[in-house]
Design a protein. Structure first.
Length: 98
């Protein structure tokens, strides 16, 4: 959520959702922000990886890597989707229903 707010310009939208689906809970964070190039989507979960260093600010590039490990440790999956620069991004993760 922090990244969605950080990379969405004023006047843009950030949407959060959660829904139960077949024994899992699906969470998503979608924004209308700067987007991520398709070639970078798989790599955004790597430690210290920054898709566009000019927009990264002072962050270390650890947040999404940590999120991935936490989600996977709880039996879930995480993914990022974007149609490219300027087209927003959706991060989605699932966790099993307890």
């Amino acid at each position: 959520m922090h990244n969605a707010v950080k990379f969405t310009p004023a006047g843009g939208n950030v949407r959060l959702s959660a829904a139960r689906d077949d024994g899992r809970v699906v969470f998503s964070v979608s924004d209308t922000g700067v987007g991520i190039e398709r070639k970078d989507l798989e790599r955004v979960f790597e430690r210290f990886y920054k898709a566009d260093r000019s927009r990264s600010g002072g962050g270390t590039g650890l947040g999404l890597a940590i999120a991935k490990h936490i989600v996977q440790a709880h039996g879930g999956d995480i993914e990022a989707r974007s149609d490219g620069a300027g087209r927003g991004t959706t991060f989605r993760f699932t966790l099993p229903v307890a």
